[in-house]
Design a protein around this ligand. Sequence first.
Ligand code: EPU
Length: 293
Amino acid sequence: MNWWKSLKGKVRLNEPLKKHATLKIGGPAKFFIEPQDIADLQLCLRLAKRNKVPTLIIGSGSNLLVSDRGISSAVLSLSASFFKQVSFSSGYCQVGSGVSLSRVLDFSLRQGLSGAEFLAGIPGTIGGALAMNAGIPGRCIADIVKKVEVMDYHGKISLLQKEDIRFGYRYSSLAKYIILRAYLRLKKKSPLEIRCGINQYKAYRRDNQDNSLPNAGCIFKNPGGESAGRLIDLCGLKGQEEGGASVSLRHANFILNSGRASSNDVLRLMALIKRRVRERFHLVLEPEIKIWR
Ligand code: EPU
């Protein structure tokens, strides 16, 4: 039965997820759906549930490894224009879940709003960044959040104040919801100063990260304040390969896809890295990326 037929948004069948993941790896999603607005999203959740189809949310796929076999879930992407609105009123920047972090920064620069500069150069959408509390050492998106509008998987909408949300290192209790919109606390500042801040963060990332080939940013979380990249480097694993996947020569917490890496290549390389770091430093690395298999 074509349970998705009454949806207003775009529905694609057997959509290759490699097109939607920055690692450029991943088999097809049985359903790839872009709900048009809130009501369409609620309808989609209802219909999927009635037809026993699990649902998953995808942001910009910048922190994601998808199995080559693909997945039988409905992957929902909040990329319709309704979910991509940005505005500023009553002292808060209101940002739709599907807005990229770079667009938030463009907006804040134009409006002379400061506070989000440290997010410069981090790929991803506001929804994805909030779900994992993205950031850099010492700063995270939670620092600038005032409140977040969310939907649960039954379609119920709530407005959560920051105090109602648990945030930790690359963790947020928001991950159990569908994030709809964030209210960010930004302060007026001169655009010149804001641009200067953005450029500094961007330059640091450019000089220390490796975007020469498709990747998903840092693969592992930093254990106990240590840099996972430094530990992997000390294990002598830079350049280590499994099939088409290799550890970056520039930042050892990056795994690069030469263009022919399979999801299993990446998983094997991750297992090897974990084993070596555990043997040498007695530390257990946890993935920062989400793995769909
Ligand atoms: N280092 C090495 N070898 C490496 C990588 C790093 O010796 O291969 C050393 C560096 O020289 C530096 C220290 O380790 O002395 C820390 O390195 P870096 O500044 O790159 O920070 P990190 O802790 O490794 C974190 C984030 C990165 C973010 C950088 C800079 C995590 C897991 N990683 O890395 O974020 O770009 O800080 O802000 O929190 C990401 O989230 O996808 C990501 C890459």
